[in-house]
Each structure stands twice: as C-alpha cells, then as structure tokens.
Design a protein around this ligand. Structure first.
Ligand code: XMP
Length: 517
C-alpha cells in the first residue's frame, strides 16, 4: 500500500487515483493520523499531499520527523514538499507572493530519479505562497522555476523526494511520469494492482464476511450496484438475491434492461418488486428535494425488508433471515465521510437515498476501496456486457430528483419521453463516451409562453445538463455540438406535449451540483 497523507486540500484523492493508475494500490489517510499508526500499516511508500495552509500559519498541520526516519520512501508535493523541507532543516521563505497556475519548470539534473526521460523544460501546475530557497542537507536540487530556486529535491540515499508543484493534475505535462518514477525507481514498487487482483481479494473477503448466510442487493441499473452484485454473486452464488425495486422513477426501458441484460450476463437470482404506487403515494404533495430523498430512501429500505422476508419464506423452512445488504458504495464516498477507516460510516444517500439508523442488515460493500473507473475495470473482468460497464451514472432516487416540483405520474411520463429522446440522440451522435452523464430535468413549476402551429402554448421547460467529469466530485458542462443540441431540442418540443422550451445548463460543479436536487 502507498499511503497518501491528506493535508486538507482536494488533491489527496486525485493523487491516490493517479497512483492506482500506475497500478499501485493506494489509500488516503488524514494528516492527523499518528505516524506510528501510518507505519503500522506497513506502507511501501508515503506521499504527502498539498494543502491550503502555509507552513508558517499558526494552526498549520505538521508532520512527525519520525516519518522520514522509518526507511519508508516519501514523496512530498506542494505543501507536503515544504513541510518536508522545513522538518528536515531546509529553508522555506514566507515570500508573501502567490504563484498560481501553469509555470515553466527547468530540470537542473536531467536523469535524476524523478526526472529521467522527461524534457528539461516542462510545464507544471503551481499553487503556493511560500517557497523553498535551500534544500535540507543530503538532498540534491533537481529542478527550479523563475520564482522558486528549489522546485524539486531528491535524496536517493534515504529515498526522500519532493516537488513544489502538483504532479497529479493534468496541467503538469509530465506529472504522471514523475509520479511513476517515484513509485518504480524511487520506492522500487511494481505495477501489480489489477482488476483481477481486486476480484480475487474481494471474493475471498465477501466469503469470509457472509459465511453461509444470505444476502440481498438492490439493483438500480447503474454500474456500481451491478458490479457489486456480480462480485457477491461470484462469491456466494445463489445465497445472493438481487432485488430490483421498480419505484416508477426509472427511465424508459430501464426495468427491462436490468431484467434482461444483467440476469443474462450474471445468472443472478432476481426479484422484481413493483412499488410504483407505494413510492408515488409517499411522494404526493412533496416538492422539497431533501424531503423527497428521505422519503425515497425510507421506502427503499421498507421494500428491501419486505423482500428479504419473502425470500426467506420462499426458500422454505429452516432458513434464517437475510442478514446482509450489498451496497455499491465507492471510495470517494468513504473518504468524503471521514477517512476510510473503521466501520460503516457510509454516505448512504449516494446509494439509496439514506439508510435508517436501525437498519436490520449488515452492509457488504465490496467496492468501498475503488474509484469509478476501477469499478468499470472490475465489471469488465467479471465479464459484464459493455452496456452495463459503460453505463453513465444514474442516481438511486431516479427521476424523482429530476422533477423540480412535486413528483406525479404524468410528470414522470413526460420527463421519461424527453429523457429518452435526449439519450437516443446522444447515442446516435456517438457522444456517450464523451460525457459523464446528462441529466434531463423537468421544471414542473415553471411555465413559459410559446407558439406552436398557430396557437399559443403555455408549457414547461426541459433542462439539459450534459457534464464531463472524472469522478463526479467536480465537473464541467460539456460543449456538445450545436447540431446535436438542435436535434434534441426540436424533437423534444415536437414530440413531448406540454414542453415548449429546451434550455442548456452551462454551470460547472462547483458551484452547481450535477443533479438539480
Ligand atoms: P451531485 O448532484 O451531487 O451528483 O453533483 C454527483 C453524482 O452522484 C449522483 N447522485 C446520486 N447517486 N444516489 C445515487 O446513487 C443519490 O442519491 C445521488 N445523488 C446524486 C449524480 O447522478 C452524479 O453522478
């Protein structure tokens, strides 16, 4: 394991992802974790992330010197680099000048461990106030910029390395190469973390956890629950039953796809529960987004609990209750909710809309160490079809959170039509892999005037929200071709009665979230 110590910026997760892209397993830990605890995990290397602080700030997070004396290779980036410099006796100047953005880096020792095979002049991403003017003893200075005399230092003897910039962001043109040099050349690691490892490891872990008991898994049609279910199915076979709750908030064709494609690919036992009326009744009169999410989450669990007892009853006498619930929780959810250690501190609303405190199931979360792209790789490894593996994300609460206003059957039908058209056109234009997802939103409480045929209309707008993203934590709006947008707009306004306007959401995340609710 490579530990990425998080100094409180948004960079640590990204670093962990980049390390895994180099096929080396990595985990994020908070900088407040005692060094003994970090070392107890037997890390093969440690990376210190950037952070928002100045090493001179009063409450600046520090690092125990012992970390550098344990014989574990360390790589400091940005704040982590300065902390290293300061802790080991170098000089960090509080320049009061901020350097931010793309900067030209000059490699002063080509062929060094970090920079071998990379150009002498390269573009790097800087974001810092302080600057290192003298490296600690034992370090060779290997790169500099106009503003920073010591922009990288290396000590091959102690296997300690640092760079002032952010190699993990795309704007650092040779960042990944430098990171890989640290991992392979500096720390002597091999690229062995693969989807096949993950499958093998998780299957063993699931068997150990579930034993001879029964589990259920809610399938949403999305890639996460599908891959989680396929993994658990591989581990415990027919003791897993997948439950597909048709809550009436699904998109057109979704239910059929889950029933056909997924079952065909995996052979899992599937129980379909028609719960449309139940959900729509519970949602009647509600337009507050949080309230909707809570209601949907609550109803989900009730349906699961009921399904679980039916499964036991159907299995016949002597069967014990279903004890485990499989969830497709991902690593970013785990890190977000406080650090990836310990028990189920899940951000459950990402899966089903909020779990009750008195949940009667124990959770099985085989994806809680994985990023989305890794989930797709595991899905591929398990032989799931392309249509499932490359499905775009779709939220558990479904179209319920894509109708701004009260959710009714009529509105759902209308949104389903509009959404189907948008998806059809995006697919026809070959754009599915270019976008992360494209929520289609109905502004049910808004009306505007239009003219169609010879008459005045007073209809609702549909919002298109195409986004590009690497992990849904941040996103940008996708610059779709005008022709595609035009086709979608024309078709929706022609084919969906009640809609007389199509608008495009051009907001990045932050500040706008991907979903409207
Ligand atoms: P936001 O709207 O927070 O969405 O920018 C980030 C990603 O998460 C999806 N999303 C959900 N997925 N249950 C889910 O399974 C939920 O309650 C939920 N809310 C948002 C969203 O589609 C996007 O991919």
């Amino acid at each position: 394991t490579v530990l990425v110590v998080d100094f409180g910026a948004q960079y640590a997760q990204l670093i962990a992802r980049r390390v895994r892209e180099a096929r080396v397993y990595s985990e994020v830990v908070p900088s407040t974790m005692p060094v003994e605890e970090m070392l107890a995990r037997d890390p093969k290397a440690i990376i210190l992330s950037g952070g928002p602080s100045s090493v001179y700030a009063e409450d600046a997070p520090g690092i125990d010197r012992a970390l550098f004396e344990a014989g574990v290779p360390v790589f400091g980036m940005c704040y982590g680099f300065q902390l290293m410099a300061q802790t080991l006796g170098g000089t960090v100047d509080n320049t009061g000048r901020r350097e931010y953005g793309g900067t030209a880096l000059t490699v002063t020792r080509p062929g060094s461990t970090l920079f071998e095979g990379t150009p002498v002049e390269q573009s790097v991403w800087m974001s810092h106030g302080d600057a290192c003017s003298a490296a600690p003893e034992g370090f060779a200075v290997t790169a500099s910029t106009d503003g920073v005399p010591v922009a990288a230092f290396e000590d091959d003897e102690r296997r300690l390395y640092g760079v002032q910039y952010h190699p993990e962001v795309m704007h650092s043109t040779h960042g990944q190469q430098v990171l890989e040099h640290f991992l392979y050349r500096g720390a002597g690691l091999r690229p062995t973390w693969t989807a096949a490892n993950v499958v093998e490891e998780q299957v063993a872990a699931i068997r150990a956890q579930v034993g001879t008991k029964r589990a259920i898994c809610g399938l949403s049609g999305g890639v996460d629950s599908a891959v989680a279910a396929a993994l658990v199915n591989k581990a415990i076979g027919e003791r897993l039953t997948c439950v597909y709750v048709d809550h009436g908030l699904m998109r057109k064709g979704e239910s059929e796809q889950v029933e056909k494609d997924f079952v065909a690919a995996t052979g899992v036992q599937l129980k379909v529960v028609d719960a449309e009326k139940r959900f729509l009744d519970a949602l009647a009169g509600v337009s507050d987004p949080e309230e909707k999410r809570k209601i949907i989450g609550r109803e989900f669990i009730r349906v699961f609990e009921q399904a679980a007892s039916e499964i036991v009853a159907e299995a016949g006498s002597g069967e014990e209750a279903v004890e485990f619930l499989v969830q497709g929780t991902l690593y970013p959810d785990v890190v977000e909710s406080g650090g990836g250690t310990g028990t189920a501190n899940i951000k459950s609303h990402h899966n089903v809309g909020g779990l009750p405190e008195d949940l009667q199931f124990q959770l099985v979360e085989p994806l809680r160490k994985l990023f989305k792209d890794e989930v797709r790789m595991v899905g591929q490894e398990l032989g799931l079809p392309e249509e499932i593996v490359h499905r775009q994300p779709f939220p558990g609460p479904g179209l319920g959170i894509r109708i701004v206003g009260e959710v009714t059957k009529e509105r759902l039908d209308l949104l389903r039509e509009a959404d189907a058209i948008a998806r059809e056109e995006l697919t026809a234009a070959g754009l599915d892999r270019d976008i992360w997802q494209c929520p289609v939103v109905l502004l049910a409480d808004v009306r505007s005037v239009g003219v169609q045929g010879d008459g005045r209309t007073y209809g609702h707008p549909i919002v298109l929200r195409p986004v590009s993203s690497e992990d849904a934590m941040t996103a940008d709006w996708t610059r779709l071709p005008y022709e595609t947008l035009a086709r979608i707009s024309t078709r929706i306004t022609n084919e969906v009665a009640e809609v007389n306007r199509v608008v495009l959401d051009v907001t990045s995340k932050p500040p706008g979230t991907i979903e409207w609710e």
